[in-house]
Design a protein around this ligand. Sequence first.
Ligand code: MRU
Length: 351
Amino acid sequence: MIPTLEWLPNGVNFLDQTKLPLEETYVLATDYKQVATVIRDMIVRGAPAIGVSAAMGVALGVNQSHAKDIPTLNTEVAVICDTLAATRPTAVNLFWAIERMRQRYSALADANATIPEIKAALITESRLMYDEDITACKAMGAHGAELLPKQGTVLTHCNAGALATCGYGTALGVIRAAVERGHKIDVFADETRPYLQGARLTAWELLHDNIPTTVLCDNMAGSLMRQGKIQSVIVGADRIAANGDTANKIGTYSVAVLAKEHGIPFYVAAPLSTIDPATAHGDLIPIEQRSATEVTHSNGRQMTPNGAAIENPAFDVTPAKYITAIITERGILRAPYEQSIAEMMKQAASE
Ligand code: MRU
């Protein structure tokens, strides 16, 4: 399996996704501030992967603390969590993971655990989240595989694969699971301007697994759909609101609208940690704005005239009405999403 990130005795090791597909190099983050930089600079990216990275960042930060008592450690934990939370605003998995680590910490501190016990338990917790993420991806694959055609072409946008998770992937996990079950699938990967997650990352990891992949410029999908060359669309998500509205990589919305126009199913695959019941609808999801140079420059070369105004929202929101189904590790959600999401979250919380 592609090693997106890994806990090591001396830090957290990340496959440097800014260098793919040409170089397979690693960046070792040896303290929590470096983990925050790795997330912010998108050396690691993808909602589930940044969640687990942040959890490991919390574990690393606490383990490097010299605090001798719990009140001092409380203050440090707050700073560590705030630093990691300030990296990227849209993927709710980041905040979910930090909150889970904070709660684990508080429970241990309240139970009078010693500082060495707390340190060990937080490492265990973050590694458990890593394992759970892979298990969730495999479960999404098992639930979603039969939704994909027995034979045909599936379009995906951005990278919701092994590289965006701890392994296997969400949307690409469903594709992998379908292929493992004998489906003959060709993948169309939107290049995904400006960061090129589709061209650089999705194509790289699918070809790694010998899954036939064609890279499309972002403006080609509509024409191919009209020609009947796309049977299904599947994408990941960064945050799913309580009503099913879904934030994902910029360009996802256009693909969803095109899919609806052409009668093509549009699936979202995401773990429950991507669902944010506290956000009622998509207009309330914070959308990250990234640097203009991601748009103005390509491979270090300036592509736009000086003075051109630039927009660079990293995500958009696809209203729930365009989503055929949401594939989770606990099963498939269908409209009305307000109801199906609430029921699944309630059931998960009761276990
Ligand atoms: O900006 P990125 O590369 O972190 O955006 C990633 C996406 O939009 C993915 O589709 C999403 O996080 C789901 S990853 C399983």
